[in-house]
Design a protein around this ligand. Structure first.
Ligand code: CAA
Length: 378
């Protein structure tokens, strides 16, 4: 089986690659210094990238899911920071409203998220509820025409800079994950408190914040779906989000492989390029093989999603394999570059730092194995 993209999808790839290389690459250093890429996101909005898969009736570009995955893949090849901002904004920041929201909620929020006027975020993880997301302690109590929400969330991608947050809170703690509900929360809601900006190993241009909710009053009309439906909303959207993280991982791995191959062809030791030394060429061969495997798994999961078929198992397989490949390929890239690879003069140390979190967020590698294992038992 070969991966064949349509003419339109190839155009998307070319357009996004050009954009990433001309508009994003020059800004990578500033993002490494912690600068949030507001201007780049504005340019991406102008190109329709902030609402690629959102139907045109809600202000999106109405494109297919594979084109979106191509975009995440190409953006991440240049900047994994941009890749994760877009992936979180789209798959878990916007899609929950598109798929589970009322018509009013879609008109009010999806249109602004799709145009890029708003940035989206997703608040599931808590200090003591990470992999065991269903054990969350954040509570939402209905009082008249609103819910009062108390609790805290951690590691929120796009935190502080996002305009809307899909917040998960328990409306019935006795029911465990079946008592979790989802809410659309606007940034300026009283009681919404922006906390510490994490000082991360990688992805320096993206924001990862703690949030606290202190008697935060959320209008009842901002309940997403039904009470108790929140955990399913989170899981269903994470299924799709994980394909985005696989594409992000693939982009990092591709970049590390390309940099290593170019360097190995130039770098001469013992009278010939190191690429011609078997120790290095075998390394490059293994890296290229793993990248190809990631590509196949990622686009296979994306294709199932595009066809509207169940893709949870394949999404987890793609995320598991591609994120581990990104990490392994980045480690080997640093090795190919030798001492230079350990300096900030070359990009491979950034790939190394950026790759690690792909094995952690949107479900650790261990969680992906749990999901895959459950599917095998069904
Ligand atoms: N789609 C729809 N419903 C689903 C589902 C899915 N993929 N997975 C589970 N459910 C439903 C189940 O059907 C079940 O309901 P029923 O009993 O009615 O059938 C209910 O949810 C509970 O399911 P489980 O018993 O399987 O739940 P669990 O408590 O054992 O947890 C888990 C399962 C897979 C481990 C889950 O907790 C999980 O995915 N944990 C990881 C959390 C995670 O990925 N966090 C990422 C944070 S977001 C992020 O990282 C974004 C970022 O910044 C980049």
């Amino acid at each position: 089986m070969d991966i064949r993209f349509t003419e339109e999808q190839e155009m998307v790839r070319k357009m996004v690659r050009d954009f990433a290389e001309t508009e994003i690459a020059p800004f990578v250093e500033e993002m490494e210094e912690g600068e949030f890429p507001h201007e780049i996101l504005q340019k991406m909005a102008d190109l329709g990238l902030m609402g690629m898969t959102i139907p045109e009736e809600y202000g999106g570009a109405g494109m297919d899911f594979i084109s979106y995955i191509i975009a995440i893949n190409e953006l991440s090849r240049v900047s994994a920071t941009i890749g994760v901002i877009l992936s979180v904004h789209t798959s878990v920041g916007t899609n929950p409203i598109l798929y589970f929201g009322t018509e009013e909620q879609k008109q009010k929020y999806v249109t602004k998220l799709a145009s890029g006027e708003y940035l989206g975020a997703f608040c599931l993880t808590e200090p003591s509820a990470g992999s065991d997301a269903g054990s969350m302690k954040t509570r939402a109590v209905k009082q008249g025409d609103h819910y009062v929400v108390n609790g805290s969330k951690v590691f929120i991608t796009n935190g502080g800079v996002a305009d809307t947050y899909i917040v998960f809170a328990s409306t019935n703690p006795e029911l465990g994950s079946k008592g979790v509900s989802a809410f659309i929360v606007e940034k300026d809601t009283p009681g919404f408190i922006i906390g510490k900006d994490e000082h991360k190993m990688g992805l320096h241009g993206s924001k990862t914040l703690q949030l606290t909710f202190e008697d935060m009053k959320v209008p009842a009309e901002n309940l997403l779906g039904q009470e108790g439906e929140g955990f399913k909303i989170a899981m269903a959207n994470l299924d799709v989000g994980r394909i985005g993280i696989a594409a992000q991982s693939l982009g990092i791995a591709q970049a590390a492989l390309e940099a290593s191959t170019d360097y190995a062809k130039e770098r001469v030791q013992f009278g010939k390029p190191i690429a011609a030394q078997q120790g290095v060429s075998f390394k490059l061969a293994d890296m290229a093989t793993a990248v190809e495997g990631s590509r196949l798994l990622t686009y296979r999961a994306a294709n199932l999603r595009a066809l509207g078929k169940p893709c949870g198992k394949e999404a987890s397989m793609a995320k598991l394999f591609a994120s581990q490949t990104a990490m392994n390929v980045a480690i080997e890239a640093v090795q190919v570059f030798g001492g230079y690879g350990y300096t900030k003069d070359y990009p491979v140390e950034r790939f190394f730092r950026d790759a690690k979190v792909c094995e952690i967020y949107e479900g650790t590698s261990e969680i992906q194995r749990i999901v895959i294992g459950k599917h095998l038992m069904n």
